[in-house]
Design a protein around this ligand. Structure first.
Ligand SMILES: [Zn+2]
Length: 437
């Protein structure tokens, strides 16, 4: 990439309408997004409706995209005529007299069914999967890589709702409960496209009610997530990545039933017989290449599995990885399999940590109502898809490498100060090429 001087950078930036560029990305990849927002099933009392569902949903998407951390701050920041005009332009309406107060939006999100927002994401993912430019990120030109992992979202000192997960901390000597924590976790399936990580399915880990004898857990949530993923994308060729928790019979069965390939982290303790067989056979077979040693066709129950280990020194650190996979390992494929398996860290890093600490602060509850909390979380997943495409396509390509926070503040500033012009709009609507490489 050509280096540009600071002066050139300043003049380039002042000409740039960041918000316009963001909307251009939305338009390029998801041209029916506003239409999809309008189709969301409205469950509000018909007598009190001032704003269409699309206004309420777009507000939250923009709040997220522009890096605004709280609902209250959104109401303050967006209370400008420029913001109203920009919103109207995006929604293709003549005029918006006012923007809704955050209480109005939260009331709506309390009642809105989660699946309504999931449907919008399904539309977006399906549009992405059609794009030629993303094909090159498939594993061996054939399989989409999907990583599965859970993370914690909200934590409370007192019971927050009937669905909270509960953890008791006991005194080591007396066994008495000294503290109880209540929390909410989520299980995600994320599509890995190069360095981008897109949420493709979400399952909240939650108890049915306060009195359950056994709490919900990641393994149970995976069974629900798997059904969701299969029903939404029945023929999608997938390689599933997961940590060693997934290296077990029930998950292998699910993958076979769905015709999904898998690469899971493997611990010797996960399946002792497979580990023993691997350790024994690797000495005889000597399948070695690119710091990897592997053994194919290790018998396990009614199937065979393949195991590969990698030992290497990278950046002066010793690295060790052990994977179990349904993909047949060969000298030509081993490096690719290990690379795909290792890309699982992206769900923790790009997927969760960036959403928590840099882009959106997903651990901040925008509402205390559990259903609204889930809807806010899903709207962040939708925003994140557009935001990552915007960051890669519109910013990095033109030599404006910026931090994620700088991009948010540039976006917010242009949304609040520059009204999209007729010329901007015609540029946005034009079928322009957005290159991601
Ligand atoms: Zn709760």
């Amino acid at each position: 990439m050509k280096r540009i001087t600071r002066k050139e950078k300043r003049s380039k930036e002042s000409k740039k309408n960041f918000f316009g560029e963001f909307i251009k990305v939305k338009e390029h990849f998801f041209k029916d997004l506003v239409k999809k927002l309008k189709e969301v099933k409205d469950c509000r009392n018909k007598g009190y409706i001032d704003y269409g569902v699309e206004v309420l949903l777009l507000m939250i998407i923009l709040k997220n995209a522009l890096g605004i951390k709280s609902m209250r701050d959104m109401t303050v920041q967006f209370n400008k005529s420029e913001c109203m005009e920009n919103m109207a332009k995006v929604l293709e309406v003549e005029k918006l007299e006012e923007l809704p107060h955050y209480d109005t939006i939260n009331d709506f999100l309390c009642k809105l069914e989660n699946k309504e927002i999931e449907k919008i994401r399904d539309y977006m993912i399906k549009e992405l999967l059609k794009k030629r430019c993303l094909e090159q990120h498939k594993y061996q030109g054939k399989y989409w890589i999907i990583a599965i992992d859970a993370t914690s979202l909200f934590y409370f000192r007192e019971r927050h709702c009937e669905h909270c997960l509960k953890k008791e901390f006991k005194d080591k000597e007396t066994g008495e409960v000294i503290r109880t924590a209540y929390y909410h976790n989520v299980l995600e399936a994320k599509l890995i496209i190069g360095d981008m990580v897109f949420s493709i399915a979400t399952e909240f880990i939650e108890n049915e009610d306060e009195n359950v004898s056994k709490q919900d857990c990641e393994q149970n949530a995976f069974k629900r997530l798997e059904e969701k993923l299969k029903s939404k994308f029945p023929r999608l060729p997938i390689v599933i990545l997961g940590d060693s928790l997934y290296a077990c019979e029930p998950v292998f069965k699910i993958c076979e039933k769905n015709k999904w390939k898998f690469i899971f982290r493997f611990k010797e303790g996960s399946i002792k017989t497979v580990a023993a067989e691997f350790n024994k056979l690797k000495e005889y077979d000597k399948n070695e290449h690119a710091n990897c040693t592997w053994v194919n066709e290790i018998a396990y129950n009614k199937r065979t599995v393949n195991v590969v280990e990698m030992k290497a020194v990278e950046k002066e650190k010793e690295k060790y990885f052990l994977f179990i996979t349904s993909l047949h390992i060969t000298k030509n494929k081993v490096a690719g399999i290990v690379l795909a398996g290792r890309s699982r860290w992206k769900i923790e890093n790009e997927g969760f940590n960036t959403q928590k600490n840099i882009r959106y602060n997903i651990e901040h509850a925008n509402s205390l109502n559990y259903n609204a909390m889930k809807n806010h979380y899903l709207l962040i997943q939708i925003t994140d898809i557009i935001r990552q495409l915007f960051e890669l396509g519109a910013i990095k390509m033109r030599g404006l490498i910026k931090s994620i926070k700088e991009i948010s503040s540039n976006l917010l500033e242009s949304f609040r100060t520059r009204i999209l012009t007729a010329e901007d709009i015609s540029k946005i609507r034009k079928r322009t090429q957005i290159r991601l490489q």
